[in-house]
Design a protein around this ligand. Structure first.
Ligand code: 28G
Length: 637
């Protein structure tokens, strides 16, 4: 029968398509690590969100099951259940046919904007099991797949219901996603972002493994987003919110200044984050700079001879969210990861909408205008002072004094290969002493840190400039600071934070991470910042010692180790002698280091401010969630 063979033929093609996904998952979901695993959820959830954007339904539920599977449910119209022209049911086609025109074809990137994502089949291909239940037309329909997209049970009507919507459960193939599991925090962060961007959307997340629950629902999305970002900061005024549209491009912006000194601008296009900014961000920045300069000049708040505000002056302490809706035909993305908006029209349109609205707002709100202008003026003065200081430093002024301070603290490496050399920042003078004695002198330098490091979340650039500890650190690294920082000039290939494994140590880690995040971010981006991972215990056999990193490992060891030994607990680095410290924590052959990486700079920013509040708990959590515990150089396992 011609029909049957045609059917077989198309079935073979489909399986080949799905097989291609399984062969090269990276091509479709970027990677097979934690990030890739979560990508599966985003693909499915985006379909629900598209349905909401189209105007159908308002609820998305996510259930994280104990067995590692996930259920996503929406109350939209439900995937159509009729027969496709191929003779198969529409859901079977949707979940088994790799879509053409998807984001993987050149020059064509999917943007969640009501188009119904194309990821269902990709997720199916990478799943051990997938179950789709559809509520539609008064009926309930179900189809199931196994082993990467094989139909286990074709579409069947299994009951009646007045509800509408789609429910998808999938069990990722953990042979592909090795050693990965879903993170409640990661899913919450992403879904909260979706809820901010789509006012009225209700997202519920339940983690059955750990019994955690979250619900996100905002009526004034972008305003609520900025309020959330500034939650732990002191806002200087209510959130400024405006929108406009030109040539089919819609722009909405919310912005608010706080008394902090950091800048935090997030941008989105069609509800997808543009992590590397692009033309819309450029337009926004130009717009605010122009609006403040014009206002300041018109009101004699800045004199002609003093020049103008720099962009950075009017962004100090600014949190803003920019959201654009751009029709597909005008979409252009750039950069390696396509996280940068290219569309040239977006620049001029965002600039003029920002300028016009802000100009009007400043004229209507004199007091707020003055407060912000005053802040920008202080930034301008500090910037000019810093420039003078830098010029002086370049001409050698103060260099001797700094060298002198440094010589009393820093134990330099004798070798001259900067790429290989390592700088250890060590908590306390006593551990610093052991580290100096035990180190490999050729490649390892030691800088002991006394007491608490300055909290940079609350410090101005002036505070930082006059802080001796941070000055010494900056000078030791030798690559500048802030906008001047260039990791290529670093005296060290690795900068390693080494603290006690207690709360104080964790706090010092956070303070240093905050400093590096704010003032030497490229050091993190280049993968040059590390945290040492000293063992918590040693099993002392008298003649020899065995080191144990964690409590779990200790329990394991207790079960498997025979003979008699004493358990020694290291309360701090100071309890190890120089050799012990070198062997366990510093020796590149035997140590374990944690590479610091900021998974998501935008949220990291928020987390940094959460952390720098007074609660200890979120801090610990931050390290766990935000500092990627990718163990580098780990020879212990
Ligand atoms: C629960 C987890 C993920 C979805 C819908 C609703 C429709 C749909 C989805 O249609 C096929 C192709 C273009 C129209 C559309 C229902 C129109 C009318 C839908 C989801 C048909 C896809 N009625 N809800 N797909 N389109 N939710 N949630 O996947 O022409 S996917």
């Amino acid at each position: 029968m011609a029909n049957a063979s045609k059917y077989d033929e198309s079935s073979i093609k489909i399986l080949e398509g799905l097989e291609a996904v399984r062969k090269r998952p990276g091509m479709y979901i970027g990677s097979t690590d934690k990030r890739g695993l979560h990508h599966l959820v985003w693909e499915i959830v985006d379909n629900s969100i598209d349905e909401v954007i189209n105007g159908y339904g308002n609820i998305v539920k996510i259930l994280m099951h104990k067995d590692g599977s996930i259920t996503v449910a929406d109350n939209g119209r439900g995937v159509p259940t009729g027969k496709h022209e191929s003779g198969k049911s529409t859901p079977e086609v949707i979940y088994t046919v790799l879509h053409a025109g998807g984001k993987f074809e050149e020059g064509n990137y999917k943007v969640s904007g009501g188009l119904h994502g194309v990821g269902g089949s990709v997720v199916n291909a990478l799943s051990k099991k997938m179950d789709v239940t559809i509520y539609r037309d008064g009926k309930i329909a179900n189809i199931r797949f196994k082993d990467g997209g094989e139909v286990e049970s074709p579409l069947k009507f299994i009951g009646e219901s007045k509800k509408t919507g789609t429910v998808v459960t999938f069990l990722p193939d953990y042979d592909i996603f090795k050693n990965c599991e879903f993170s409640f925090t990661t899913i919450c962060e992403r879904m909260q972002e979706s809820a901010f961007l789509l006012s009225g959307l209700v997202v519920e997340i339940i983690d059955e493994k750990t019994n955690r629950e979250a619900k996100f629902h905002y009526e004034n999305g972008l305003i609520n987003f900025v309020e959330f970002i500034n939650e732990n900061k002191k806002a200087l005024h209510k959130v400024i919110n405006f929108s406009g549209q030109k040539e089919g491009i819609e722009v909405e912006i919310a912005m608010q200044y706080s008394d902090s000194y950091s800048e935090n601008i997030l941008s989105f296009v069609n509800n997808v984050k543009t992590i590397d900014g692009g033309s819309h961000e450029v337009g926004f920045k130009t717009g605010i700079t122009k609006a403040f300069n014009d206002y300041a000049k018109a009101n004699n708040l800045i004199k002609a001879k003093d020049g103008s505000f720099d962009g950075s002056d009017v962004r100090e302490g600014l949190s803003a969210v920019i959201n654009l809706r751009i029709p597909e035909k005008l979409l252009q993305f750039e950069g390696q990861t396509k996280g940068k908006l290219g569309t040239p029209e977006a620049r001029s349109i965002t600039e003029s909408i920002t300028y016009e609205h802000l100009k009007f707002f400043l004229e209507e709100n004199k007091e707020i205008a003055l407060t912000i202008i005053e802040k920008a003026s202080r930034s301008k003065l500090a910037r000019e002072a810093a420039r003078k200081a830098r010029e002086a430093a370049r001409q050698g002024k103060g260099k001797d004094k700094k060298e002198k301070i440094l010589s009393g603290k820093l134990a330099k490496a004798t070798g001259k290969n900067n790429k290989v050399n390592e700088l250890f920042l060590v908590e306390g003078d006593s551990a610093g002493g052991s580290a100096k004695t035990g180190r490999n002198r050729e490649t390892q330098a030691i800088l002991p840190l006394r007491g608490k490091v300055l909290n940079c979340e609350k410090a101005s650039s002036n505070d930082i400039n006059s802080n001796e500890e941070l000055n010494t650190l900056t000078y030791a690294i030798g690559a500048g600071i802030g906008a001047d920082f260039d990791p290529k000039d670093s005296n060290y290939g690795k900068v390693i934070i080494m603290t006690d494994a207690d709360d104080d140590g964790a706090h010092i880690q956070i303070l240093l991470l905050t400093f590096f995040y704010r003032f030497m971010r490229p050091l993190i981006e280049e993968g040059m910042l590390y945290i040492a991972n000293p063992p918590l215990y040693a099993l002392d056999f008298g003649k020899s010692k065995e080191y144990v990193a964690t409590d779990e490992e200790l329990e394991e060891k207790k079960k498997t180790t025979k003979g008699s030994y004493k358990i020694q607990r290291f309360k701090g680095l100071g309890e190890m002698d120089a050799d012990e410290l070198y062997d366990t924590t510093m020796n590149p052959e035997t140590r374990s280091l944690i590479k610091v990486s900021i998974t998501d700079a935008a949220l990291a920013e928020k987390r940094v401010s959460v952390l720098m509040g007074d609660k200890v708990e979120p801090r610990k959590e931050w390290i766990e969630e935000n500092v990627d515990f990718s163990l580098e150089d780990d020879f212990r396992r």
